[in-house]
Design a protein around this ligand. Structure first.
Ligand code: SF4
Ligand code: SF4
Length: 222
């Protein structure tokens, strides 16, 4: 999923300052899972903005709504009937959601309330970790299901670097050494021979360099 964190409150206040009728728009998908932009966080931010406005004697209408997904047009379209009431949207979607909503309502400013962070996994309650960089050519098979691009601090493909101690990364001892994990897992599957190959430097052209990536599936189109 995509993870995100809420921007500092004063930064949000500064960005919405020119507007008088604001829709605070949550998203019920990834950013709800990482407790940044779901229904609950949207309600809390709305109420904090109302209180701050009241305290400063500002006449502002702040209302809230949460869509199932901000990055899918079929859900964003739900705003059609209410959007005329507002002069700005404060989005608690990820960067993709903010842009999808802005694309649908071109005349309206859509302001990001979150900082989008990374593609990751919920490890525990209140604990998310990055584990994929979306490189466009997944190599997890070769590395026993542990991604050295996302999880090794030096992103080495032919590791380990030699600095790991007690299974911990030399760059940050709070982290497991990804290469230790790779070796442990491949050993478990009797697949260490996958590391006999020399992997060339990652070809990042499948991730970036050619403009925004697209997936077109004609079999999924109407
Ligand atoms: S190799 Fe790593 S960065 Fe690339 S798709 Fe697989 S998990 Fe993601
Ligand atoms: S200690 Fe392990 S995770 Fe850290 S940089 Fe070296 S190989 Fe990568």
């Amino acid at each position: 999923m995509i993870t995100a964190r809420q921007k500092p409150f004063q930064e949000i206040r500064g960005m919405i300052a020119p507007y008088k009728k604001i829709l605070v728009l949550g998203c019920g998908s990834c950013v709800a899972e990482c407790a940044a932009g779901g229904e609950k966080e949207t309600a809390m931010l709305t109420s904090a903005l109302r209180m701050a406005a009241k305290k400063n004697s500002e006449k502002v209408l702040v209302q809230e709504k949460t869509l199932d997904r901000q990055c899918v047009k079929d859900f964003v379209i739900e705003l059609d009937g209410i959007i005329d009431q507002y002069d700005a949207i404060l989005s608690l979607g990820c960067g993709a959601g903010v842009q999808a909503v802005a694309d649908m309502y071109q005349e309206l400013p859509v302001i990001p309330a979150l900082n989008t962070e990374f593609l990751g996994e919920t490890k525990d309650q209140g604990y998310w970790v990055e584990n994929c960089l979306g490189c466009g050519d997944c190599m997890l098979y070769y590395f026993g299901g542990i991604c050295p691009l996302a999880r090794c601090s030096k992103q080495i493909l032919n590791g380990p670097c030699g600095g790991s101690k007690d299974g911990r990364c030399e760059i940050n001892p709070e982290l497991d050494c990804a290469w230790q994990l790779i070796i442990d897992r491949l050993s478990r599957f009797q697949a260490l021979n996958r590391l006999e190959e020399i992997y060339p430097p990652k070809d990042w052209s499948r991730k970036q360099g050619g403009g925004p990536r697209r997936i077109v599936r004609e079999d999924q189109q109407k």
